[in-house]
Design a protein around this ligand. Structure first.
Ligand code: UT7
Length: 330
């Protein structure tokens, strides 16, 4: 049986309306614009306010991607929401499905931190290839500002909120999803996490339960930096080898937008010219699972990424987890 192909036909993104500039952060912690810009490349970030929910941002991004794809929400078979910051610990994908009116779609959350979008893309591809589903909406969305310790200068300057989306569909004509490679190293989990931190409550005798919330984001920045610069070029090289291509064939490199220095170091290791590296980090900071689809959407809407362009993409972050994929737009 001929393998079903996959094509990519719509992108969308949504950002909260409020922005925080580097200078504002100087009022919260001992930091300054010069440090943040030179060490990370970030100038501003958007932060969700009280009345902006994760589901709503994901819904807005999804709606725009569907409009570009000229697809009615009712046509969707599957919605995968990559997020680590759902409004509801049981998951937010169902709410997004409801908001979209995607009555024919099953929806679920996928949690793989900043690698979430790549993991969701790989998952969606399996459903399409196997013939189970045809029309899939992948959304990467996060509101990490809810979980940042706003008194910790080593993390609070880095993150922003947002959502991005991609519509994929089965096709017999062509196959624009060339390959992927996913990885996890749980032994390094301590380098970046957002752990449960409940308070013990004694119910009766020695029976206790744990109640409460999560500790804020904890990160060993230097370790994660080293990990990213080592693993991301490796994973991209591996996928390229799998599909018989080389870095010379790549039109665009879309990496998880964590740090401008990481983007440059990865591109240099791969011998990819700076002008092929898609970057929007200075405006949005690190938006976790949303960063790749937001960057993708902007590059498509600006006309930079054109039909048939070959894109190498990779995500990395908590888990630790990392993954890469090679695809063609269109
Ligand atoms: O999305 C998940 C993946 N996450 C990442 O990819 C993050 C990877 N890591 C990084 O991007 C970088 O490690 C950071 C941007 C987090 C930090 O940059 P760095 O160049 O690795 O800085 P550092 O941690 O080595 O700190 C250098 C100095 C330290 O001071 P001393 O010890 O040299 O006196 C820090 O205390 O900078 C200090 N510092 C700051 N100074 C002003 C740390 N944060 C700040 C700050 N403002 N916000």
């Amino acid at each position: 049986m001929k393998q079903r192909g996959i094509s990519f036909i719509g992108t969308g993104s949504a950002l909260p309306s409020k922005m925080l500039v580097n200078q504002d952060l100087g009022h919260l912690v001992d930091t300054n614009d010069e440090w943040i810009r030179s060490r990370t490349g970030i100038k501003t970030r958007h932060l969700a306010s009280e009345n902006e929910s994760l589901s709503d941002l994901a819904f807005q991004a999804g709606l725009k991607a569907l409009a570009m794809a000229k697809m009615d929400p009712s046509e969707l078979d599957l919605i995968i929401l990559a997020t680590s910051t759902a409004d509801d610990l049981f998951g937010s994908a169902a709410q997004v499905q409801g908001l979209l009116g995607a009555t024919g779609a099953v929806a679920f959350d996928l949690s793989a931190a900043c690698s979430g979008f790549i993991f969701a893309l790989a998952t969606a591809s399996q459903f399409i290839r196997s013939g189970v589903y045809e029309k899939v909406l992948i959304i990467g969305a996060d509101i990490l500002s809810r979980w940042v310790d706003w008194s910790d200068r080593t993390t609070c300057v880095l993150f922003g909120d947002g959502a991005g989306a991609l519509v994929c569909t089965a096709t017999e004509k062509e196959d624009n999803f060339l390959g992927f490679d996913l990885n996890t190293d749980g032994t390094q989990n301590h380098c970046l996490n957002l752990p449960y931190k409940g308070k013990t409550k004694y119910l009766i005798h020695d029976v206790s339960i744990r109640q409460g919330s999560y500790a804020p984001i904890q990160m060993n920045g230097r370790e994660v930096y080293r990990f990213a610069v080592a693993k991301v070029p490796e994973v991209i090289e591996r996928v390229l080898l799998q599909v018989n291509l080389t870095t010379k064939d790549i039109d665009w490199l879309i990496l998880h937008q964590a740090n401008q220095r990481i983007l440059e170091a990865v591109a240099k290791k791969l011998n990819i010219l700076d002008e092929k590296v898609v970057t929007n980090l200075s405006h949005y900071g690190n938006t976790s699972a949303a960063s790749i689809p937001i960057a993708f959407d902007e590059a498509v809407r600006k006309g930079k990424i054109k039909k048939g362009d070959l894109i190498a993409t990779a995500g990395f972050g908590a888990g630790l987890s990392w993954g890469g994929a090679i695809l063609k737009w269109g």
